[in-house]
Design a binder for this molecule. Structure first.
Ligand code: DPP
Ligand code: ZN
Length: 853
């Protein structure tokens, strides 16, 4: 198996200017006729990609080709003498019903659906399936419209014809040239919610949401979110929608969250369907942000796309950044930043430390699906954010405009993007480009020296990026460090942006008349691990005083990390310091104006965040420390927690910033109250009084974490109540999978027998086994290896069904070197056994083989 390398990129030898497709839909024998108008673009043979296709016929310029005119392999078709230009007609046959990988064209629950990114189009027809071949697509779908009333594809609908055999032919035309990965086809029966949007320049756009029958009322929020996103992109970046129609289809069988196909987004139903009784605040948040994300791709991804898949972050990092900015404007910017940083500090730092470490622009890929990662997406977004910090919002906006003007209609590289930023602002970004090629988490050490006689403050910074599995040589990066100097006179402070570029660098401030307390890395201005020399009291001061909300939360996180690491090193359980208790009392008695921030300040770091601070993760010690601290906080603050909980009357459910904040604060109190003597009472009451899904889940989770006796009966009640709503049942599945004791294994077994469970549905599998392996540290990381064994079995079972899903689930097993000897031994054994299996998919093979020495 040969990986592809970025360094080997060659422009395509042939381009396709026009792609005409015709689909005759049939569950087991769909016929696809593709007519490609091609031109030579350089030297080289004509090789088309194709997988799992049955070739029916092939014509070149009207002439039937015979087997001496072409060469067919497992995954390609070579045309021996194509000439310099011409028309190639390819007829293939496929079996959508058998397609459980959910790539290419598949049939699930009566709906035909495609997923072509990254390399799924080659499962539809033979084609130069690479993002730098852009063609104008015309698509005809032929089907029995009594069974499939909606036949959808990209662009504008050209015609609908009733054929003599009773079938219907619907023709679509997309005027914007696009790579094959943005192609989409959907056929099925849906309820359709329609609305309209008028763009800033007056273009009328019809908005259409296609959802499962009966779910119309659950699509209103997503529709409203789409309109907000369209408006926001006009306001913030001056970007308008460009077609007459914007369609979103929600399907339950989907590997990803959603897909930005031109004019026809396909969404995982999880990220469209919502109402107050079934969706949590988090669900609403996710829907708005993903609706925004896919919409924003229309410019950053579709109008300007990637030259090759190594450049994936060009569109994903940028679009995640855009959706984060959108979410920040729609709700609490501080809370958004906290959530984004948590993800970096958990999953992304873990990826950097794993055998799958890669730069945001990977250099070598066996299976592209393995590179839709937190590094490419979320660290990618952090890199874009740093550009904005360095260039300022105005400079950044100008850079984005230059990039889009310059490259509209093209397939380009990350370098092209940075060049546009540089040209628009005049800022030399040569060193900054290293963020694209260098993997790993930089570590920054800071030292402060204050000299009272000269009133001079000297800050000394040192950066170092440890080697990663993929790369041994690391260079210094250009990183923006936002800081604040706090002076003793409350309210007096000074904020600065430092640009660190050398391995070691000093910054001097004169006229500083007292030694300030320094808040480092406001807003997490660079995705690094920072080591400071704070005393615990200083961190509490920062938590109380820093101007930046994120920095206050971060100081609390550092405070706990410090306390816990001392305990872990000493082999003891941490004791609650008195000053912490009094700070928490104060917060509970007088929550800040920002209630949402208060709720975050009262939270302990999660297991994954703590874990990333250790080379060898002390699983058991961390889990005991967290449980112990929770118990201690509950005991020490029972009165204040109760008062705070009762102080805010529950208001009727509404998804808005204030409602989210209040539920979060009450939820945080309940989380601790569950550990008090009256835990059962509080949890039961919270559950019974809830008029919304957020509060119900908060109660269920609190009961489960505190291992209250009521937990099981509440869960049963919940399952009964929502047995007909599969999106909610996924939440139930996940809850059961996070049972913190031995019983979880029997439960998991039972869940896979549940009538709603299907190994072919990624949402179900993720709800059960994703939750178990990623959110049940206690059982997953059992020292006897039972959790690991189970996951390895599941991966083995899933690989032939859906390799993309199997490879994703496998991730937690890869980092075997991060654990103690016993766990290392167990994990390595399982990985070796996996590697020894015949016929592993490329997806699983790539990850397993990288993880073994
Ligand atoms: N699911 C992916 C995304 O929108 C596909 N590009 O980020
Ligand atoms: Zn995306």
């Amino acid at each position: 198996r040969q990986p592809k390398r970025l360094a080997d990129y060659q422009p395509p030898s042939f381009l396709v200017s026009k792609t005409d497709l015709s689909f005759e839909l049939d569950p087991t024998a769909t016929r696809v006729s593709a007519t490609l108008t091609f031109q030579r673009n350089g030297a080289g043979i004509m090789i088309l990609d194709g997988q799992q296709l049955k070739l029916i016929s092939l014509r070149l310029n009207g002439q039937m080709l015979t087997d001496k005119d072409y060469r067919l392999t497992e995954d390609s078709l070579e045309i021996v003498k194509p000439g310099n230009s011409g028309v190639l007609e390819i007829v293939t046959e496929l079996n959508p019903d058998q397609n459980s990988a959910l790539e290419g064209l598949y049939l699930a629950e009566g709906v035909y659906c495609t997923q072509c990114e990254a390399e799924g189009f080659r499962r539809i027809t033979y084609y130069p399936d690479r993002p730098d071949v852009l063609a104008v697509f015309t698509t005809t779908i032929i089907a029995d419209s009594s069974q499939l009333p909606f036949l959808l594809s990209n662009g504008n609908k050209v015609s609908e014809t009733l054929l003599s055999d009773g079938r219907t032919a619907v023709k679509w035309h997309d005027p914007f040239p696009k790579p094959a990965y943005l192609f989409a086809l959907v056929a099925g029966d849906f309820d359709c919610l329609t609305d309209a949007y008028v763009t800033a320049s007056g273009r009328q756009v019809s908005l259409e949401f296609y959802v499962q029958k009966g779910a119309l009322s659950r699509s209103h929020f997503a529709m409203a979110a789409l309109k907000r996103a369209m408006h926001w992109d006009e306001q913030r970046f001056g970007l308008e929608y460009d077609l007459d129609r914007y369609m979103v289809v929600a399907v339950d069988f989907f590997n990803m969250g959603a897909m930005e196909n031109k004019g026809l987004n396909v969404f995982n139903s999880k990220y469209v369907l919502a109402d107050d009784s079934s969706a949590t605040d988090q669900d609403y948040f996710n829907i708005e942000s993903i609706i925004g994300h896919e919409y924003f791709h229309n410019w950053t991804g579709n109008r300007v796309t990637c030259r090759d898949w190594f450049q994936l972050s060009l569109k994903e990092g940028l679009t995640v950044f855009r959706d984060q900015e959108f979410s920040a404007d729609m709700g609490s910017a501080t809370l958004n930043r906290i959530e984004a940083v948590k993800l970096i500090r958990t999953a992304q730092f873990a990826e950097d430390a794993s055998p799958m470490a890669h730069p945001i622009r990977p250099e070598q890929v066996l299976e592209m699906n393995n590179f839709y990662t937190v590094t490419v997406y979320d660290k990618g977004a952090e890199v874009i954010r740093m550009l904005q910090t360095i260039l300022g919002k105005t400079g950044f906006n100008a850079g984005l405009k230059c990039y889009l003007d310059r490259h509209d209609g093209q397939a380009v590289t990350c370098d092209d993007f940075v060049q546009a930023m540089q040209d628009a602002t005049g800022q030399d970004l040569t060193q900054f480009r290293r963020w694209y090629s260098q993997s790993g988490t930089p570590e920054v050490k800071v030292q402060e020296h204050y000299d009272a006689t000269s009133a001079r403050l000297t800050l000394k910074l040192h950066q170092h990026t440890p080697v990663t599995a993929d790369q041994t040589i690391k260079q210094p990066l250009l990183m923006p460090m936002r800081i604040e100097l706090l002076f003793s006179n409350a309210g007096s402070s000074m904020r600065q942006l430092l640009l660190l570029s050398n391995e070691e660098q000093e910054f001097q401030f004169d006229g500083i008349h007292e030694q300030p307390l320094i808040v480092w890395l406001e807003d997490f201005s660079a995705p690094v691990k920072l080591s400071t020399h704070y005393q615990p009291e200083q961190l509490l001061l920062i938590a109380g005083r820093a101007t930046n909300g994120f920095a206050r939360w971060d100081a609390m996180q550092q405070y706990w990390s410090l306390l816990i690491s001392k305990a872990v090193t000493g082999g003891l359980l941490p004791q609650l310091p008195a000053e912490l208790v009094s700070l928490f009392k104060q917060l509970l008695q007088q929550p800040l104006a920002d209630i949402a921030l208060t709720a975050e300040l009262l939270a302990l770091p999660d297991f994954d965040t703590l874990a990333e601070q250790y080379t060898e993760i002390p699983v058991d010690a961390l889990l005991s420390c967290l449980a112990h601290l929770t118990q201690q906080l509950a005991e020490a603050l029972a009165i204040e927690l109760t008062a705070c909980y009762q102080r805010f009357d529950s208001i009727a459910y509404h998804y808005n910033e204030q409602g989210v904040a209040l539920r979060a604060l009450k939820g945080r109190c309940l989380h601790y109250l569950a550990f008090t003597n009256e835990g059962e009472h509080w949890v039961n009451q919270h559950y019974r009084q809830a008029d919304n899904m957020t509060d119900q889940l908060t109660a269920l989770k609190a009961a489960q974490y505190a291992e209250l006796a009521t937990s099981n009966s509440l869960l049963e009640d919940f399952a009964k109540r929502y047995q007909h709503n599969v999106q909610v049942m996924d939440k139930y599945f996940s809850l059961v999978a996070t049972t913190p004791n031995d019983a979880v294994f029997t439960h998991l077994d039972r869940l896979t027998q549940h009538s709603l469970f299907s190994w072919k549905n990624p949402n179900r599998v993720r709800a059960v086994f994703g939750a178990f392996s990623q959110r049940n540290a206690k059982q997953f990381h059992r020292a006897d290896g039972r959790g690991y064994q189970l996951l390895a079995q599941i991966v083995t079972k899933l690989d032939p069904i859906n390799p993309q899903l199997a490879a994703r689930l496998l991730t937690p097993l890869l980092s075997w070197q991060r654990y103690d000897q016993q766990r290392q031994h167990l994990l390595a054994g399982l990985l070796k056994a996996l590697a020894a299996q015949a016929s592993l998919s490329n997806d699983v093979f790539e990850k397993v083989s990288k993880s073994l020495p």
